[in-house]
Design a protein around this ligand. Structure first.
Ligand code: TYD
Ligand code: MG
Length: 445
């Protein structure tokens, strides 16, 4: 048999080359190619296959295992699916290990056998944290181990329903030469673990560190290999932690799970609207409340704007939490169709709480906040607004109006402003509508 051909893999971006090169042709990193053995060609067995009529396949609904952590279930799309592989990414210190340990405790309290592989911390460290979290459960098995082969053996030896590997960057296989955390190691270890998840039907959670400086290589190379990618992010001023799905084969990706980091670990935030609005200044110009949708959940968020005279030939437009292109468009529409001339003003917009207002329904609130700051006049208290603004200055209706209105009523708002439409009455809310942006701003003045 001929020797399997070596493969040189860039440790920064994962590109492969047939021979060693001083510089990666894909990402231009210097001296990043490392030799990795190519998988030896196996004599292929006669391929067998099984066809399923689509109509029958549809009936086999994936049963879900509810984790008992509502915010996590929400982001996963309703709970765990057998054999699902989830990558949990986030910066070091954000709370990934805490989340995973609480998940393990929650699942095991429902009687499910769980394997927690700690490749970074000793069993003692994990136990100390578990003690702090009040998570001592008999059916969580702890394995402090970095070797992939030992992990796989331990997994095979027990009938686990969920396996957590914290972190995938600390795992290493003896099959490859690279150091733990290198692209080759991470990819090989993750692929082997994922294959065992599919084989045994256990759900697999892989923890992956992502750093601010864009050293994303580790987790990023895994995104195609896993079913679901969750990112854990922080909102430093409020100790909030937002869990987002950026890929999900078993659910939507626009859901956000909201947690708070406390002394007793992560607690779920049941009423995020209240938290996001808690620090809203009363009677301040430049603040508008939008009744937004975050996935399937209505969420009230505060949009803040600051408009200040600019000395620049090209005034600044800066957006946090809204799309910068959308802000540029809204500034132009405000100038042409609503008499709010921003051509000599810098405009800064921020969505409080680190929430991303990705839907066009946020347009009206952004326009209202900008206009309010420009005119130095606060918006009336107790009003929420939502609606898409078109290039002709028209206001367009958006989906899920009843859900948005109900949430506004629940949070104690009494008025709502949006585009006209046939909306059922919501108790406690006086609904106003306008067909054009300038008319809407008039109503808010
Ligand atoms: P950790 O889960 O170790 O983060 P990661 O695995 O993402 O690196 O959590 C790190 C931080 O969370 C740490 O700075 C301490 C804090 N923390 C609390 O505030 N309360 C707690 O109960 C726990 C366990 C951690
Ligand atoms: Mg950790």
């Amino acid at each position: 048999m001929s020797k399997p051909r070596a493969n040189f893999v860039c440790q920064a971006c994962g590109a492969a080359a047939p021979k060693w090169l001083g510089r990666c042709p894909a990402c231009q990193a210097w001296d990043s190619l490392v030799e990795e053995p190519a998988a030896p060609a196996q004599s292929a067995p006669a391929a067998s296959f099984q066809l399923t009529p689509l109509a029958q396949a549809r009936q086999a609904q994936e049963p879900r295992i509810v984790t008992g952590m509502g915010e996590l279930d929400r982001v996963l799309g309703g709970g765990l699916v057998n054999g699902m592989v989830v990558l949990v990414g986030g910066e070091p210190g954000i709370g990934k290990s805490t989340l995973m340990l609480q998940l393990a405790a929650s699942l095991s309290s429902a009687g499910l056998p769980i394997l927690y592989v700690s490749a970074e911390e000793s069993a003692r460290q994990v136990a100390l944290r578990a003690g702090r979290l009040g998570a001592h459960d008999q059916s969580v098995m702890l394995l402090a181990e970095t070797g992939l082969e030992a992990m796989l053996a331990a997994w095979r030896a027990g009938g686990y329903r969920a396996v957590i590997v914290d972190s995938i960057q600390a795992a290493r296989t003896s099959e490859l030469a690279g150091v733990p955390g290198s692209v080759g190691q991470v990819r090989f270890c993750a692929a082997e673990l994922a294959a065992l998840a599919k084989e045994t039907g256990a759900a697999l959670f892989l923890v992956g560190h992502v750093t601010k400086e864009g050293s994303l290589a580790g987790p990023r190379v895994l995104e195609h290999l896993v079913d679901t990618v969750l990112y854990f992010e922080s909102e430093p001023s409020m100790r909030l932690r937002l869990l987002r799905a950026v890929k999900n084969r078993f659910g939507a990706t626009d859901e956000v799970g909201v947690f708070e980091m406390t002394e007793q670990g992560l607690t779920q935030v049941d009423n995020p609207s209240a938290v996001f609005l808690a620090h809203r200044p009363a009677e301040a110009p430049g603040s508008a409340v939008c009744a937004a949708m975050s996935g399937t959940r209505p969420l009230l968020v505060e949009v803040q704007a600051l408009v200040s005279p600019s000395g620049l030939a090209m005034p600044r437009r800066q957006a946090l939490g809204v799309d910068p292109g959308r802000l540029h468009m809204l500034c132009a529409v405000l100038g042409i169709h609503a008499g709010v001339d921003l051509s000599a003003h810098d405009v800064f917009v921020n969505v409080a709480g680190g929430i991303k207002l990705a839907e066009p329904a946020g347009d009206l609130a952004v326009a209202a906040a900008v206009t309010s700051s420009y005119r130095a006049r606060p918006l009336p208290a107790g009003v929420v607004c939502f609606g898409e603004v078109g290039l002709a200055g028209e206001l367009r209706a958006v989906s899920r109006t009843p859900a948005r209105l109900s949430e506004a009523a629940r949070q104690g708002f009494s008025q709502a402003l949006t585009a006209p439409g046939k909306h059922a009455k919501v108790k406690g809310i006086r609904l106003q509508s306008a067909t054009r942006l300038d008319a809407a701003l008039e109503l808010l003045a």
